[in-house]
Design a protein around this ligand. Structure first.
Ligand code: NAD
Length: 343
């Protein structure tokens, strides 16, 4: 694993993974390829950005020529996180989700094949299985995605697995539960609720708050992705579950406590269409690779809320919704840093 290319490495999970893999003794180089969409922030990389091992490249995974150029630097492994990832946005902007998540994945797979990549880990989600009122999905369960985000991810999983069949590219797919932790963009439910409750603002729950999700700490997810990267069998899918099952109402109760707020801050709105009632995965296969989540949800949520409490500069401009004011400035900083760091 001499040289690892991480796509989407300036996003939430990707940046945690970069910080982890850059510390590995047997990894000499890490290249991050990220378009820095509204969800990508180079600051998420922290001090890893200044590691001698790290090279940051701003670019779109759908740009064939650029991806080819990045792959020509000879990564031995690719870990592919880049995606449009927010379910709510996908209802109105499905084109962009299909374009990045499916066609972008296809561009990467073919370039990886041309340049002799030895392992390609495609990062996906439990949402591809669709709702499971009871029981748990094993990796060979049928894919029944309900919403455009999950449909685009399911399509990209199949495209990735077909590259194993047709090109012989060593591909593994990971499907993980909902992740939480610091550095998550404050449109997702946990940072959204925390950053609102910390400001004394109300939060809204869909329906009766009955939807059950399995919550996995981002570092546990990254440990699972690394286990698959190192020991996964090409052509296989690995479920990374094993977090804590909670209804959105129960989750909100925890967050109210942690943020020192009371239940009068919660309002209920009509459920959105196709809001899956429950996800659940069997993760026995990943356990056989040594994957074992270790983080306690209550402690992890408290640490996460504390991170948002201590770092208002990281989210306050985003949480006000004034994205246009923030992003051009962030891009300017990025360009300057890139120029300094270019090799
Ligand atoms: P994120 O939205 O925080 O980050 C996505 C990153 O991808 C951003 O840095 C963005 O700039 C980059 N990106 C988007 N489009 C791009 C493009 N066309 N070219 C290059 N870069 C692009 O997402 P996340 O929550 O960190 O999720 C990462 C991956 O994990 C996604 O594939 C997602 O489907 C999957 N996943 C996420 C969760 C979760 O709970 N967050 C759970 C399971 C699976």
């Amino acid at each position: 694993m001499e040289h690892v290319l991480v796509t989407g490495g300036a996003g939430f999970i990707g940046s945690h993974f970069v910080k982890r893999i850059v510390r590995a003794d047997d990894v000499a180089r890490v290249t991050v390829l990220d378009a820095l969409t509204y969800a990508g922030h180079i600051e998420n990389l922290g001090t890893a950005f200044f590691s001698d091992k790290l090279r940051f490249v701003q670019g779109d995974i759908r740009d064939r020529a650029h991806v080819d150029e990045v792959m020509s630097a000879g990564p031995t492994a690719v870990v592919h996180f880049a995606a449009e990832s927010h379910v709510d946005r996908s209802y109105d902007a499905a084109d962009g989700f299909l374009s990045t998540n499916v066609l972008g994945t296809q561009v990467l797979l073919h370039a990886a094949h041309r340049h002799g990549v030895e392992m390609f880990v495609h990062v996906s989600t439990d949402e591809v299985y669709g709702p499971l009122p009871e029981g748990s999905a094993t990796e060979d369960f049928p894919l029944r995605p309900s919403v455009p985000y999950a449909a685009a991810k399911a399509a990209s999983d199949l495209v990735a697995l077909s590259a194993y069949q047709t090109l012989g590219l060593p591909v593994c797919v990971t499907r993980s539960s909902n992740c939480y932790g610091p550095y998550q963009y404050p449109e997702k439910v946990i940072p959204l609720f925390v950053t609102r409750l910390l400001r004394g603002l109300p939060v809204t729950l869909h329906g009766q708050g009955q939807h059950i999700r399995n919550w996995l700490h981002v570092e546990d997810n990254c440990a699972g992705v690394e286990a698959v990267l190192r020991n996964g069998t090409p052509g296989k899918v690995y479920n990374l579950g094993g977090g804590t099952d909670l209804s959105s109402k129960e989750l909100t109760g925890y967050l109210l406590d942690i943020c020192g707020a009371t239940s009068d801050k919660v309002t209920y709105i009509p459920d959105r269409p196709a809001n899956d009632v429950r996800y659940s995965m069997d993760w026995t296969k990943a356990r056989d690779l040594g994957y074992q989540p270790t983080r306690c949800l209550k402690d992890g949520l408290a640490e996460t809320a504390d991170w948002y409490r201590r770092n208002p500069d990281r989210w306050a401009p985003l949480a006000t919704g004034d994205l246009r004011a923030v992003l051009p400035a962030a891009r300017t900083v990025t360009t300057a840093l890139e120029a300094r760091h270019a090799r």
